[in-house]
Write a protein that binds this ligand. Structure first.
Ligand code: T5A
Ligand code: NA
Length: 213
């Protein structure tokens, strides 16, 4: 049903959730599996700490450098805008992107620090909208027991509890909620199933540049 001229596009698949819920573990496995199944697929991650803006974010998150809350929010957003052309190029060329965090994290974390929710959403307006958002959810008390929790700035019980409430406020009807307390393999199977459905569903649809519009 596909003409030779119009190549199908890839899907924008987003993994979101609080810290240590297994997003990066699942993103890597999902990319590998989709590739094995014959889908051109690439892993993408926010914050992208490799760019100049990303290095400022890393200084703030991991090295204790202080920055104004509003300023750091805008850096996280700028770190997404600087990736837009490259993401579009891959998606249009038929590559599916598995994206580890996005603007929902951006808003949930900044609003948890007390910034106004609508102010927080504004800089990300007009970004690409994910085709599928897989939200990995589990009680904060459980994720705190996982390896590495507490190493970075936001990894504290009170902040994470607020972040989870804000994520649930930002939740859209299309989100798929995933029980992140399951085994790595069970979660993986669920994500592969959802992703394959999304890849098929959006292949002939235009890219959506209407986040929060
Ligand atoms: N942030 C981010 C903002 O404030 N604004 C923004 O705009 C954005 C994009 C860093 C911080 O930046 C904030 C949010 C964050 O606080 P990051 O770089 O994505 O963001 O953070 P990371 O530290 O890389 O990742 P997380 O802490 O969120 O962890 P993950 O990726 O959810 O979890 P993962 O896969 O590393 O697993 C954690 C541990 O659990 C185990 C793993 O082996 C690992 O030890 N694990 C499981 N154990 C049992 N059962 C399972 N099913 C498991 N799955 C994984
Ligand atoms: Na991660």
């Amino acid at each position: 049903t596909h003409s030779a001229e119009s190549r199908s596009r890839g899907a924008f698949i987003l993994l979101e959730g609080c810290d240590r819920t297994g997003k990066s573990t699942q993103a890597a496995k999902l990319v590998e599996r989709l590739q094995t199944l014959g889908h051109s697929t690439k892993l993408w991650k926010f914050p992208d700490r490799t760019t100049r803006i990303g290095q400022m974010i890393d200084g703030y998150l991991a090295k204790g450098e202080d920055l104004n809350d509003h300023a750091v929010h805008l850096l996280f957003s700028a770190n997404r805008w600087e990736a837009v052309e490259a993401m579009e190029k891959h998606l249009s060329a038929g590559t599916t992107l598995v994206v580890d965090r996005y603007a929902y994290s951006g808003v949930a974390f900044s609003a948890a620090k007390g910034l106004d929710l609508e102010w927080c959403k504004h800089p990300d307006r007009g970004l690409l909208r994910p085709d599928l958002t897989l939200f990995l959810d589990m009680p904060i008390e459980e994720s705190m027991k996982r390896g590495g929790f507490g190493e970075e700035r936001y990894e504290k019980l009170t902040i994470q509890t607020k972040v989870r409430e804000l994520f649930l406020q930002l939740r859209e009807p299309t989100w798929v909620m995933v029980d992140a307390t399951q085994s790595i393999e069970s979660i993986h199977k669920e994500l592969v199933h959802q992703s394959e459905k999304a890849i098929t569903r959006v292949r002939d649809q235009p890219l959506q540049h209407d986040l929060w519009l």
